[in-house]
Design a protein around this ligand. Structure first.
Ligand SMILES: *[C@@H]1O[C@H](CO)[C@@H](O)[C@H](O)[C@H]1NC(C)=O
Ligand SMILES: *[C@@H]1O[C@H](CO)[C@@H](O)[C@H](O)[C@H]1NC(C)=O
Ligand SMILES: *[C@@H]1O[C@H](CO)[C@@H](O)[C@H](O)[C@H]1NC(C)=O
Ligand SMILES: *[C@@H]1O[C@H](CO)[C@@H](O)[C@H](O)[C@H]1NC(C)=O
Ligand SMILES: *[C@@H]1O[C@H](CO)[C@@H](O)[C@H](O)[C@H]1NC(C)=O
Ligand SMILES: *[C@@H]1O[C@H](CO)[C@@H](O)[C@H](O)[C@H]1NC(C)=O
Ligand SMILES: *[C@@H]1O[C@H](CO)[C@@H](O)[C@H](O)[C@H]1NC(C)=O
Ligand SMILES: *[C@@H]1O[C@H](CO)[C@@H](O)[C@H](O)[C@H]1NC(C)=O
Length: 705
């Protein structure tokens, strides 16, 4: 959508023509009240069962969500339901005084209770947006303290969609022990490899442990040395051959001062046999400790190897040859005080739509993060931890950095209209990208009562890569969300073109009147295209629901709108957490032939471009209006690859309006700003020196290995 169309839409919204608000009049009461807002928001008030810190998206808009299991007693406020004792400084982070103050007045609404402890203790639920209801998932945490059963929290895991549409959920939270209904429940999630399945006709949603991470020393399950294995905050990437690559993480809960907590390696998980391969050490993960968690990694579309970014540096991993090759990294010393890109200084990651038109140029973007040079922002020690655990007074940054992962020799930079730390980026079907949630001040988390992030950024911001840098419409500030969502927020694109947001720990007392520390609601953002009347519709389900690479398929519309279609694309069903989403990918498909009510299109050429698994199928018309509901296709090399039959008599002339330009997304090489010089990769010393520049004497405390 052009900026002009967008302003027209904004005007249409001002004129309060309720028929244009596809969200409907009933929801309007909770929509943004900003009269010039671009797009609109609705708050879903139905409890989602758990806090959506991790969000995994399945066909049918089922959301599998994972939280840090918590319990608040709805029957006896102020009393820990598992012990019947007053809250002390519990795992929930409350002191009795905090609890008492928060159960009074305006904040009491937040303590109506998490129902998830009524029958069993859990960390997860499936929310079905179609019927607005959740189902808790009984994880059957073990009843005693033996590590043997070792079925643990999936909170703090990494995840990726597998080829069959389930998700691998790997690693997770540290050991804990809680009395629940009179029995000790034990959880160690650090070593689990699980498969998460959505509900289906035969059963409810499940998260099932299928394996443990590789145990090269063959420690017994209760061997004390088992603590030498563990992946807290790992990343998972599905590879073209359908294996999952598990990367990094720590052996214990964030321990930035003890190098032995580091687990700087990757390992391969074979989903079909539920087996793992011996870990391979990665020097970049070693040198960037402790800021090496949730590394951002993608399969490169041309090379098929893994592009992995950690803090400010990049390597290419060839998992067959077990090699690690330096690639251009970001010179943070030229970024005006920007901290490293990954957790805990999270800038969100995304890839604008890739297209057959420029041979799938993939640009890796990072936006937002933490600025340590602002007048308010100096890193501060927190609770005895080192400075890099937190910077509660640091400003968010507006900075984005990006590079072409195949041909790029330099990172480009560009600022968003609003600074924020820990936002979440979501690819939209029209080729734009929306950034939601995050914090204006501070970053990261902990538990309630530790003020770490404040000033929630409510505005959605829409990035349109087809508008050249510096021109109106490249960045558009959109409507304000109903809910501030700080650290631990999540978001995903839904099948109707809206975006769902959830999660977010509100740690700071200053925000407690308006922000729930345990928010179990979801908000829905309707991008401006949702207000366009008469959007096109597919006949669903699609004729081809399982496709293979390079195959031609037919997309049938419910009416004769095919020649209005400007763009057909796939967006992967994705999973995200902690402002990081490695699954998310948007690939434009080539339209081969037009009929009046159907299109013949070609699926992506190979699994490097589009990894195996479930994808949403989108078509967008010349007005920028996406189909009312995306189709779903499972893409796998093993699926039947028979081209659809096309009756030549159905062919009509192609429209003349042509495709949207790929400016800034592909086609045009990055033009780095002056000063954005790319440094040589792999130099730990460069990181240390850039950081000591920022924090002066504290730099010496940085690395301890
Ligand atoms: C708006 O949200 C409030 C709670 O925040 C809820 O009580 C009310 O029912 C909602 N209204 C609509 C129309 O959804
Ligand atoms: C706590 O007290 C309630 C009400 O008396 C009781 O039903 C429950 O079993 C007690 N729980 C524990 C863990 O003792
Ligand atoms: C929601 O699901 C629960 C079971 O998980 C069920 O008891 C309840 O009736 C459902 N509510 C609606 C509105 O479907
Ligand atoms: C823990 O429970 C399992 C059964 O769930 C039992 O086999 C095992 O002996 C128990 N371990 C301890 C230390 O009580
Ligand atoms: C539960 O675990 C705690 C901590 O190890 C222990 O002190 C307590 O005795 C256990 N309680 C039960 C009922 O097993
Ligand atoms: C349905 O869900 C069950 C339980 O999660 C799972 O075991 C099964 O494989 C699923 N079936 C299909 C066809 O996905
Ligand atoms: C990997 O690194 C660990 C230390 O982190 C070391 O003990 C181990 O020998 C290394 N493995 C290889 C194959 O180099
Ligand atoms: C950080 O804040 C300072 C002061 O406002 C500003 O000059 C600088 O550009 C900011 N840097 C980043 C990366 O946001």
């Amino acid at each position: 959508m052009t900026a002009a169309t967008r302003s027209l839409l904004a005007l249409a919204v001002i004129s309060a023509s309720s028929s244009l608000l596809t969200t409907g009049a009933a929801a309007a009461a909770n929509a943004s009240t900003d009269p010039v807002a671009v797009g609109s928001w609705v708050k879903k008030t139905q409890n989602t069962g758990v806090i959506p810190i991790h969000m995994l998206h399945y066909p049918g808009d089922k959301l599998l969500m994972i939280e840090r299991a918590h319990y608040i007693n709805p029957v006896m406020p102020g009393i820990d339901p598992t012990t019947n004792q007053s809250f002390t400084n519990s795992g929930d982070g409350f002191t009795q005084a905090q609890y008492d103050s928060h159960t009074k007045g305006a904040t009491a609404q937040w303590f109506q209770g998490n129902l998830n402890f009524n029958d069993f203790l859990t960390d997860s639920a499936e929310y079905n947006l179609g019927v607005n209801n959740y189902t808790l998932i009984d994880r059957q945490f073990p009843l005693n303290e033996s590590l043997s059963k070792n079925t643990g929290y999936a909170f703090c895991s990494g995840h990726a969609q597998l080829a069959d549409g389930t998700y691998a959920v790997v690693g997770g939270d540290q050991f804990w022990n809680r009395l629940f209904k009179g029995v000790n429940r034990t959880s160690v999630g650090l070593r689990d490899i699980r498969v998460a399945t959505a509900s289906n006709a035969t059963g409810p949603a499940s998260i099932t442990k299928v394996a443990m991470i590789n145990n090269p020393m063959n420690y017994g399950p209760d061997d004390p040395n088992i603590v030498n294995l563990g992946r807290w905050y790992p990343s998972v990437v599905l590879m073209p051959n359908e294996d999952a690559l598990i990367i990094g993480g720590q052996k214990e809960y964030f321990n930035p001062t003890v190098a032995s907590a580091n687990y700087p390696s990757y390992e391969i998980f074979h989903p079909t046999t539920a087996t793992t391969e011996v870990p391979v050490n990665v020097t970049l993960l070693q040198t960037k400790f402790p800021i090496n968690l949730y590394p951002v990694a993608y399969v490169r579309p041309q090379s098929g190897d893994i592009w992995m970014q950690v803090y400010d540096d990049v390597v290419l991993l060839d998992v067959t040859k077990k090699t690690e090759t330096p690639a251009p990294g970001l010179d943070l010393t030229k970024q005006n005080g920007l901290m490293g890109r990954n957790f805990p200084f999270v800038g969100t990651n995304f890839i604008p739509m890739m297209s057959y038109r420029d041979n799938y140029q993939m640009n890796a973007w990072f936006c937002g993060g933490v600025n340590t040079t602002s007048p308010t922002g100096q890193p501060m020690p927190r609770d005895g931890n080192q400075w890099y655990s937190n910077c509660p007074t640091c400003s968010g940054s507006a900075r984005c950095n990006w590079i072409d992962v195949e041909k790029g020799t330099a990172w480009a930079d560009e600022d968003m209209p609003i600074a924020r730390s820990q936002p979440t980026a979501v690819n939209l079907p029209d080729g734009t990208v929306v950034l939601v949630s995050g914090s204006g001040t501070g970053h990261q988390g902990g538990v309630y009562g530790q003020g770490q992030a404040t000033n929630p950024v409510l505005e959605a911001v829409i990035f349109d890569p087809s508008v050249p840098k510096g021109q109106t419409g490249r960045w558009t500030v959109a409507a304000q969300a109903p809910t501030g969502r700080h650290y631990h927020n999540s978001a995903t694109l839904l099948e109707d073109g809206t975006v769902v947001t959830g999660g977010g720990d509100s740690q700071n007392g200053a925000d407690q009147l308006t922000l729930c520390p345990y928010d179990q609601t979801l908000d829905i953002f309707s991008p401006p295209y949702m207000a366009i009347a008469n959007r096109p519709s597919f006949v669903l389900p699609l004729a081809t629901t399982a496709g293979s690479y390079g195959q031609q398929i037919v997309l049938q519309f419910t009416s004769a709108v095919a020649t209005t279609i400007r763009q057909v694309s796939l967006i992967r069903y994705a999973s995200g957490t902690h402002s990081t989403n490695l699954d998310q990918r948007h690939v434009e498909l080539q339209i081969v032939k037009y009929g009046s009510d159907k299109l013949l299109v070609t699926l992506p050429p190979n699994a490097n471009v589009a990894q195996p698994g479930n994808w949403m199928v989108w078509a967008v018309d010349s007005r920028g209006a996406p189909v009312m509901k995306a189709g779903t296709i499972n893409l796998r090399a093993s699926n039947p690859a028979t081209n659809a039959v096309w009756n030549e008599a159905d062919t009509v002339a192609a429209p003349t309006f042509g495709a949207k330009p790929l400016v800034g997304s592909g086609g045009v090489p990055p033009s780095p700003q002056a000063g954005s010089v790319t440094k040589a990769s792999g130099a730990a010393a460069a990181v240390a020196s850039s950081l000591s520049l920022i924090v002066g004497g504290l730099g010496a405390l940085l690395f301890n290995f």
